[in-house]
Design a binder for this molecule. Sequence first.
Ligand SMILES: Nc1nc2c(ncn2[C@@H]2O[C@H](COP(=O)(O)OP(=O)(O)O)[C@@H](O)[C@H]2O)c(=O)[nH]1
Ligand SMILES: [Mg+2]
Ligand SMILES: [Zn+2]
Length: 354
Amino acid sequence: MSIDPSLLLPLGWSNDFLRQLTLEQLETRRPARIIGVGQDHYHIDDGHGAQVATLAGRYRHRHATDSTLPTVGDWVLLEADASLIVERLEPRSLLLRRGAGGSEPQAIAANVDVLLIVSGLDAEFNVHRIERYLVMAAQAGVTPLVLLTKADLYPDVEPALAAVRPRLPPGGEVFAIDALHAPLAERLAPWLGAGTTLVVAGSSGVGKSTLINNLAGTELQATQATRRDAKGRHTTTARELVRLPGGACIIDVPGMREVGLAPAAGGVEAQFHSLHELAARCRYTDCRHADEPGCAVQAARQRGELDEDAWQHYLKLLAEERHNIAAHERHQRERAFGRMVRAVLKDKERHGRR
Ligand SMILES: Nc1nc2c(ncn2[C@@H]2O[C@H](COP(=O)(O)OP(=O)(O)O)[C@@H](O)[C@H]2O)c(=O)[nH]1
Ligand SMILES: [Mg+2]
Ligand SMILES: [Zn+2]
């Protein structure tokens, strides 16, 4: 078995993944990238095109929680001649959201470099929703790019741009775009380099599929305008990784109406860095920022230097993050306790039989 980098590089392969392989794995395993996730199977590409693969039972058994199961964008190892996934390589980044049950994080995509936050300039536009995605990007350590679509229909774009700009971290950018009519590959070229992986996130109907088709230069993805089948139903599309002409990979994520934050620390603090620093200057570490003496937040407010909207959203997301982390930790303790009880019962059973 030999790895041919020229086949893998266009899929985002790098030496960081090669270094994770043991000599034995180099000889007996085949790396591939997950390009789609089905109910009980995966779509993978090993450089020779799309194939279907399944996850080895022993892997599933060892990694029972959602966020360590392979997700779209992950690099995995397959048995050389079989379509059996036996290992997942450590990703360089992992985009997470709050899982359905709330306590477990759910993986959205792995090995991501850029999060394209797509939002319409119509009534959909909501700076707080965008800010949630910015926290998600901060959690994963990926560069956010905010794309405000439908600029052809809503040409008064400056107020929306001005609302987003102060919320962006260093390296982040915001653009108003017409995803439907104007080619975008050139404008977004700095983020579309070969080997880069982008994830498109945003509510349903904002233009994510339209954007991907625009960048691909062909009708790769069914949009809301085209994806109804003969009976007029919406056909469901699984999330999928596609390769763009310039060598970047782009992943579509099914619409997220509400962006729940994963139970992970640090994202809110990173996104609201300056407010976090401000609050840290209060005299008391447990300052409620109400009427305590030496409150740096109140002082900034009195000087007219506090962005009240950003401050309130910061407090809200911070409370949500703490709540999610506490729920996650409680859940993990309960699971650990359950495992201990089962082990004790098993042990008793064995001794009883002797
Ligand atoms: N005029 C205009 N229409 C757009 C733009 N972007 C998307 N659309 C339309 O909005 C609808 C939803 O787009 P779609 O790509 O399916 O959204 P998705 O659900 O986010 O994938 C479709 O009818 C698109 O043609 C845009 O920039 N300008
Ligand atoms: Mg779509
Ligand atoms: Zn204070």
